[in-house]
Design a protein. Structure first.
Length: 264
């Protein structure tokens, strides 16, 4: 081979290495948690609409337990898909569902609007469709599926548990709503155990409301764990905080341990 060709190949190799180092170097643009989330699966809604979601599958042949993850009132954004990836690495097939059919908000007024404008019956039907889609996945143990949600999604996780006795566990991150009496809990006593995670300083879901929910669970004889983390408010577990120590990481690890205990 001629010297010029050898030099060319060496130069190309050095450029390739340099590009890899640059691509992996810290300090690059960080993910935008508020950006619309990735979507890689679609499935039919009860009304014939095509729904989309983000499916995170762990390495290995499976089958694995599954989790339907439900976003905050912002919609299915990158914050949710990052958390779906993190939970998948713990050995779960995670479907981040989209309760707003593609709508993603950046401002609170917009989030409030899409939350109030989307019919509750449509949200329920779409999340149940996500549950069925996940249960039919060849790598999922259909008898070991949980719901898990944050904020708006926490309330939806409650509601899924109340109407889906096939759920093996229900995880609620600071979800509120009308679940204040035993009668409000629907069929939740036929689903698996419940984990509720809340912040002591949450202005939207005061401790008194959490205690009423806990009393209702006790009255119905539903296995549950309710944890109120001190000195934190609403929405304290995020893609930017879940692995950074303190209450967010403790709460995340508690949820992972709860799922592993009840889905395996």
């Amino acid at each position: 081979m001629k010297k010029s060709k050898i030099c060319g190949w060496v130069l190309l190799g050095l450029m390739t290495i340099a590009s890899l180092v640059y691509a992996q170097a810290p300090g690059g643009p960080a993910p935008d948690p508020m950006a619309p989330g990735r979507r890689n699966v679609s499935f039919p809604a009860a009304d014939g609409t095509t729904l989309s979601g983000y499916l995170a599958v762990p390495e290995g042949s499976g089958p694995f337990p599954g989790v339907v993850m439900i976003h905050e009132w912002w919609g299915l954004n990158e914050d949710t898909t990052i958390l779906a990836d993190a939970l998948s690495k713990e050995g779960f097939v995670v479907l981040a569902a989209d309760a707003f059919r593609g709508r993603v908000a950046r401002e609170a007024a917009e989030a409030r609007k899409q939350t109030t404008e989307t019919p509750p019956a449509q949200i329920a039907a779409d999340l149940d469709a996500a549950f069925r889609f996940l249960a039919a996945h060849p790598k999922v143990r259909k008898d070991k599926i949980a719901s898990l949600g944050f904020c708006f999604g926490g309330t939806q996780s409650m509601r899924m548990g109340a109407r889906n006795p096939g759920l093996a566990a229900v995880v609620i991150f600071y979800g509120g709503g009308p679940f204040q009496t035993a009668a409000d809990l629907g069929n939740m006593d036929k689903a698996g155990p419940v984990l509720g995670i809340y912040g002591e300083k949450d202005q939207g879901i005061p401790v008194e409301q959490v205690r009423k929910f806990e009393s209702a669970l006790k009255e119905r004889g539903i296995r549950h764990t309710i944890t109120i983390y001190p000195d934190v408010g609403h929405a304290f577990v995020k893609s930017t905080t879940y692995n950074k120590g303190g209450a967010p990481e403790q709460a995340w690890k508690q949820a992972v341990a709860f799922l592993k205990e009840n889905l395996r």
